[in-house]
Ligand binder design. Structure first.
Ligand code: OFO
Length: 188
């Protein structure tokens, strides 16, 4: 990543390696948001209205996750960088494939969060360590939700009117309490 420096460098305990990792996570959340948006639009075009709404909502949540990180980085004396996002996927083979990719994607995000948690603990950045606990819990919930959708495919089956019923069931799934409202980091 190109290192962009703020004009006035104030003193902060946020070390640059943590700042860089947090900025990489900003990008990952931005990619998540756009991935869900593309998948939602595909579902809508294919007539899976409930799956589309589920994914549109999820896309918004991922944007909130990105903003929460941006606000934390800046409040900690770092400089959050709005991410460049390219290489989006616009076509999916089947509805099932969309959700297989969702689960895969969420596992990747969980691993990335775990790596930063691990690093922040190693360098004794306990504020970041604590801040990231919210993401740890959120990822656990999101993986669980993605697995639940896959189970729905397995239980109902895709034959006949199966896909229609699957879409109805996806519409009944919630998104957790708030999807990541942007709170001011502690101490503000
Ligand atoms: Fe950002 O919560 Fe999943 O990816």
């Amino acid at each position: 990543m190109n290192k962009i420096k703020a004009k006035i460098t104030k003193k902060t305990s946020l070390i640059s390696e943590v700042e860089e990792r947090l900025n990489a996570q900003v990008k990952m959340e931005g990619v998540s948001s756009q991935f869900y948006l593309a998948a939602a639009s595909w579902c809508e075009r294919e007539g899976y209205e409930n799956a589309a709404n589920f994914l549109y909502t999820h896309s918004e949540e991922e944007r909130m996750h990105m903003l929460k990180l941006i606000k934390y980085i800046n409040a900690s004396g770092g400089y959050a960088l709005a991410p460049e996002i390219s290489g989006l996927k616009y076509e999916f083979d089947t509805l099932r494939k969309v959700f297989d990719e969702v689960l895969e994607h969420e596992i990747k995000v969980t691993n990335s969060i775990n790596d930063i948690v691990d690093f922040s603990f190693k360098v004794k950045d306990y504020a970041t360590f604590q801040f990231l606990q919210w993401y740890v819990a959120e990822q656990r919930e999101e993986e669980e939700l993605a697995r639940r959708v896959i189970e729905i495919f397995d239980i109902i089956g895709e034959e006949g009117q199966g896909l229609w019923f699957i879409d109805q069931e996806i519409g009944k799934l919630g998104h957790g309490e708030e999807g990541g409202a942007i709170e001011a980091p502690e101490g503000e």
